[in-house]
Design a protein around this ligand. Structure first.
Ligand code: C2O
Ligand code: CU
Ligand code: CU
Length: 488
């Protein structure tokens, strides 16, 4: 066990791979809090292995899936212009792959290509280069092999991916104490995915329809960790909802905090908030000021109703866990007292104004019954088919998409490859511009997003980031075509 300690220092994961191979039944003991693996000399060189492992949470044994010997996976760190070379080995007993959620890199070849299939026992090397002008921000990686995504992410697979750049050079932000908070819920047997026999069972299907939530909520794989905010200091919390279905309606016991970045990186200036809703896949970065009385303040997850309770005549269960009706304590922040309080940055990074769209489209989000499959989740009445292209756009164009939720549950809509800006929510423009890759479309509401398709052509996807919905069909294929003539 002791031998693992040097992993943290070296950043090398070769030892982890060797250790896990020696472990009996291919099951290793997980460690919380991520190892950091950073790029050196322009190269982020990573060995990553997906495998099943045991961990103890709240005094209970959990059988989960992890990357290397970590739950969550190691924190990857790179800079714009760096090349990422990641040797990925699958040891979970069913096909999987990797998706680099939010990175603006090619969706093709051995880059962020979610159509790749890596059978169990095989290794694939991912390689891509981050554009020189890639925004700094918090991104993440997780499995994306259609039909298995929810099982594997709910099983535990996820890790954070930071791109460091301009935002990190702003003096006030540089001076802040930084923590990544990967928010994720786990269920004791969620990693036992070898048999899919339970799939057809009524209870299991009900839980999937609503989107499964785990019995315990963690921050970086720990239950209610503490973060210290020294006198006068600034705390930079980089928040990631890596849960497959759970929502986080965050508050700091009514204290204000300051939003500085969203999914796609920095906003133009800090925005004061008392509450922040993160649906699955979304990220936000906030600054917390040390201007409180000394004491302990809790980071809370407040109740939030994401709908679906009345589905199928009220039969639809909440599944294990569930965050609709309870307040959960995620973490504690210890304030050490009030002295000269560090100032907040006045401005951050400008967010460009996008031109008028050349094309608008509508996407209706809903569910329906399918004779062979039971309940399916649909976009424009269709369930995902990997042989069908649903939407074709032109490279170097700007489009506006209207996302209309005509169903009874919330759906966080996620687009790969390109970031977008929210143009309006129910017709009202948002108070500030921000780059996003996932936007919540609550039931009965409509959201317009404006998307510049830049740099990369090829096939990619958009989908609901309640991953059970994605696996049950709520995904579409997008072709980004590098041609003048586009068939509409
Ligand atoms: Cu985070 Cu296509 O997903
Ligand atoms: Cu993604
Ligand atoms: Cu959904």
């Amino acid at each position: 066990m002791k031998r693992r300690q040097f992993l943290t220092l070296s950043g090398s994961t070769v030892a982890a791979v060797l250790l896990s191979r020696c472990a009996s039944n291919n099951t290793t003991q997980a460690r919380p809090s991520p190892t950091v693996i950073s790029s050196k000399g322009g190269l982020l060189d990573v060995d990553l292995e997906a495998l099943s492992m045991n961990t103890t949470l709240s005094g209970r044994q959990f059988h989960l899936l992890g990357y290397n010997d970590r739950i969550p996976g190691p924190l990857l760190q790179a800079q714009p212009g760096d090349t990422v070379r990641l040797r990925f080995t699958n040891r979970i007993g069913q096909p999987t792959n990797l998706h680099y959620h939010g990175l603006h890199v090619p969706p093709t070849g051995n880059a962020d290509n979610v159509f790749l299939k890596i059978p169990s026992g095989e290794t694939l090397t991912y390689e891509f280069t981050l554009p020189e002008n890639h925004p700094a921000g918090l991104f993440w990686y997780h499995p994306h092999y259609h039909g298995y995504v929810a099982d594997q992410v709910f099983g535990g697979l996820a890790g954070a991916f930071i791109v460091r750049g301009e935002l990190d050079e702003i003096p006030e932000i540089k001076a802040a104490t930084e923590h990544v908070l990967l928010l994720k819920d786990y269920d004791p047997d969620a990693g036992r995915i070898g048999s899919r026999a339970t799939r057809g069972m009524m209870g299991a299907h009900m839980a999937q329809m609503r989107g499964r939530e785990g019995a315990v909520v963690t921050v970086n794989g720990e239950i209610q960790p503490t973060f210290n905010l020294s006198a006068g200091g600034l705390l930079r919390l980089r928040l990631l909802n890596a849960s497959s279905s759970r929502f986080y309606r965050l508050s700091l016991e009514e204290h204000p905090f300051y939003l500085i970045a969203t999914d796609g990186g920095a906003i133009a200036e800090p925005v004061e908030l008392r509450e922040l809703l993160l649906s699955p896949g979304e990220r936000a970065e906030v600054l917390v000021r040390g201007d409180r009385e000394p004491g302990q303040y809790r980071l809370l997850n407040l109740p939030y109703d994401r709908g679906g309770m009345g589905m199928m005549g009220g039969m639809m269960g909440r599944g294990p866990g569930g965050s609709a009706n309870v307040t959960e304590t995620l973490a504690t922040i210890t304030y050490h007292g009030q002295t000269d309080v560090l100032p907040l940055p006045k401005t951050l990074i400008p967010v460009e104004t996008l031109p008028e769209p050349t094309q608008t489209r509508r996407f209706l989000l809903n569910h329906g019954m399918n004779p062979g499959r039971g309940m399916v989740f649909l976009i424009n009445g269709r369930a995902f088919d990997h042989q069908r292209i649903d939407t074709t756009v032109g490279l170097n164009t700007v489009e506006e998409w209207e996302l209309i939720n005509t169903g009874v549950m919330d759906h966080p809509f996620h687009l790969h490859t390109n970031h977008f800006q929210i143009a309006s929510v129910n017709g009202t423009p948002p108070p500030y511009r921000a780059w996003k890759d996932t936007v919540l479309v609550p039931f009965g509401q409509s959201v317009r997003i404006r998307i510049p398709f830049r740099d990369f052509g090829g096939k990619t996807v958009y989908h609901c980031h309640i991953l059970d919905h994605e696996d049950l069909g709520m995904m579409g294929m997008l072709a980004i075509q590098d041609e003048v003539a586009i068939v509409k």
